[in-house]
Design a binder for this molecule. Structure first.
Ligand code: SAJ
Length: 451
C-alpha cells in the first residue's frame, strides 16, 4: 500500500496536471503580478493578493497597474476568463488554496541589513492555514539561510505540520528583468530549490507548466545562486565604472577599450554608466553578505561603493564642464534626459537620476527633466517633450539610455539649446565626433576631457 506522503504527492501532482490546483500569489508587484497572470494563462485559478486596494481594483477591472510589455493583455484576458482575480491579503483563507507563491519585497534598512518584515508577514498569512499537501514557494530574494532558518520553522510551528511529509516548501527565485518580464519568466531556466526532494519535485511540476526549463537544486544553493547572479553583475559594472575613470585620466575612450577587450573569448566587461539603480542590484549584494562577519577585503562592498559614487562623478563632470565654459551653476538651465533607472522602462526606483538631479538643484541649477516612459522628475521641473526640455538649455545630461535618446535629432537639439551648449553624455548615447561637429561641447563618461 502506498504511504500517506506518496498519496499526498500524487494528489498535488494530479491537481497540477489537470489544472484544478488553486493558487495564491502574495504580493502583486513587478514580479507577483506577471507570475499570477502567467499561471492563470496556463489554466490555473489564481488569486493575486496585495495590500493596496488600488492594485486590487485595477486588476479586477482587467487593468494592469504595472507598465510591462504584454502584461495588460494577459491580465485582461485572464480576468475576463475568470481565471485571475485580485484580493486583499487580509481576505486570504489559506484553506481555500492548494499552493502559494510569495513574491513580496525584501528591502534593506539604512544600515544595509535585510528587512524581512514583509516576508514574515506573508509567511504568517499562509502558515496559519497551511494544510496537508499544500505547496508553499518563496520567490522573493532572500539572504542565504532564510528558507531553512526562518521559513521552515515558522511554517511548521504555525501549522503543526512537517515539511516534506505533510506539506512542501521550495525557494524558486525570480530572474526576470523589468521590460522583458513575461518573456524571461517563460524562457529563462528556473531554479527550483526545495527544502527536500519531495518539495523540489512538486514545485518543479508546477513551474514546468509555465517555464520552458527548470533546474532542480536545493533551497540553500538557490538562495546563494540568486544573489550571486545580481552581485556578479554589480561587481562587473563596478569594474567597468572604474575603468571609465581610468580612461578619463588617460584620455582614452572606455567604449572603444571595452569593445576591443571583449573580443577576447574569455572577457565580457559590462557597460559603465552614471550609477546602478533599480530594485535589485543596489540591494542584493548586501543580502549576500548580510550574515557573514565583516571583512576588510570585501569586493562586494567596494563594488557597491564604486557604483554608488557614479552619480557624484557625473555632477563633478558637469561642474567642471560649466567652469570650463565660464558658467556659474546657479545661472544655468540643465536638461536631464531620463529619470528611469534603465533603458526603455518606466521604473524610477533607485535611479541614478535622483542623486544627480537633487545635487544640481541643491547647487542652484534650474533642472528640467524629460523621460518618454517615466513620470518621475525627482523635484525638478518636468517637460512634456524633448524639445521643451532642451529649450535654452546650457547643459544636457543623458542619464538613461532610452532608445529614443539614441535617435535624437541633433539639428533640433542645436536649434533649441543655447549656443555652445554642453553635453554630458553619462550613458554614451551619442557619437562624440558627430555631436562635436554640431558645435556642442562634449563630455562623455569614460571618454575623457582631453579628447
Ligand atoms: N547597468 C549598467 N551597466 C550594465 C548593465 C546595467 O550600468 O552593463 C545598470 C542599469 O542601467 C541599471 C542597473 O544597472 O541602472 C540595473 O539594471 P540591470 O539591467 O542590470 O538589472 P535589473 O535590476 O533590471 O534586473 C536584474 C537582472 N539580473 C541580472 O541580469 C543578473 C534580472 O535578471 C533579475 O531578475 C533582477 O535583477 C532581479 O529582480 O533580481
Amino acid at each position: 500500500m502506498p504511504k500517506a506522503k506518496d498519496l499526498l504527492t500524487k494528489r498535488i501532482g494530479k491537481s497540477i496536471r489537470d489544472r484544478s490546483l488553486r493558487l495564491a500569489v502574495l504580493g502583486s508587484g513587478y514580479v507577483g503580478l506577471p507570475t499570477a497572470a502567467l499561471f492563470a494563462d496556463a489554466g490555473f485559478k489564481v488569486v493575486a493578493l496585495d495590500v493596496k486596494p488600488e492594485v486590487i481594483n485595477a486588476v479586477n477591472n482587467g487593468i494592469s497597474p504595472i507598465n510591462e510589455p504584454g502584461l495588460q493583455e494577459l491580465v485582461e484576458r485572464n480576468v475576463a476568463a475568470g481565471r485571475l482575480k485580485a484580493s486583499l491579503n487580509s481576505q486570504l483563507d489559506p484553506r481555500e488554496i492548494d499552493a502559494a507563491i510569495i513574491s513580496v519585497q525584501t528591502p534593506i534598512y539604512k544600515s544595509k541589513k535585510p528587512n524581512l518584515s514583509f516576508l514574515k508577514k506573508a509567511l504568517r498569512d499562509v502558515g496559519r492555514g497551511c494544510h496537508e499537501g499544500m505547496l508553499i514557494v518563496v520567490s522573493s530574494t532572500v539572504p542565504p539561510g532564510t528558507m531553512l532558518n526562518l521559513a521552515k520553522p515558522m511554517l511548521e510551528e504555525l501549522s503543526g505540520l512537517r515539511v516534506e511529509s505533510d506539506f512542501y516548501l521550495a525557494y524558486v527565485p525570480e530572474r526576470i528583468a523589468p521590460g522583458r518580464a513575461l518573456k524571461e519568466f517563460v524562457e529563462s531556466p528556473r531554479l527550483i530549490g526545495g527544502i527536500g526532494p519531495n518539495s523540489t519535485r512538486v514545485a518543479s511540476e508546477l513551474f514546468k507548466t509555465v517555464c520552458r526549463e527548470v533546474i532542480e537544486t536545493d533551497a540553500a544553493t538557490a538562495e546563494v545562486a540568486k544573489l550571486a547572479e545580481n552581485t556578479f553583475r554589480d561587481v562587473n559594472i563596478a569594474f567597468a565604472n572604474q575603468l571609465a575613470l581610468i580612461c578619463e585620466h588617460y584620455g582614452v575612450d572606455v567604449k572603444k577599450v571595452i569593445e576591443v577587450a571583449n573580443t577576447h573569448p574569455r572577457v565580457a566587461i559590462h557597460t559603465p554608466g552614471p550609477g546602478v539603480g533599480g530594485p535589485c542590484l543596489p540591494k542584493d549584494p548586501y543580502l549576500l553578505i548580510s550574515g557573514i562577519k565583516p571583512s576588510k577585503q570585501d569586493i562586494v562592498k567596494v563594488a557597491r561603493r564604486i557604483n554608488d559614487s557614479m552619480p557624484e562623478h557625473v555632477v563633478e563632470m558637469t561642474l567642471l564642464a560649466l567652469k570650463d565654459a565660464g558658467k556659474d551653476v546657479r545661472n544655468v538651465k540643465v536638461a536631464v534626459l531620463g529619470t528611469a533607472y534603465k533603458a526603455d522602462v518606466a521604473d524610477p526606483r533607485l535611479s541614478p537620476a535622483e542623486p544627480i538631479i537633487r545635487r544640481l538643484l541643491h547647487l542652484g541649477a534650474k533642472v528640467t527633466t524629460y523621460d518618454p516612459h517615466c513620470k518621475e522628475s525627482f523635484g525638478a521641473e518636468k517637460a512634456s517633450s524633448l524639445s521643451e526640455a532642451v529649450r535654452s538649455a546650457d547643459c544636457i545630461i543623458t542619464v538613461t539610455d532610452h532608445t529614443e535618446f539614441k535617435k535624437i535629432d541633433l539639428q533640433m537639439l542645436k536649434s533649441r539649446a543655447r549656443e555652445n551648449a554642453i553635453i554630458i553624455d553619462a550613458r554614451r548615447v551619442f557619437d562624440p565626433n558627430t555631436v562635436k561637429a554640431f558645435g556642442f561641447k562634449y563630455y562623455g563618461l569614460g571618454y575623457g576631457f582631453k579628447n
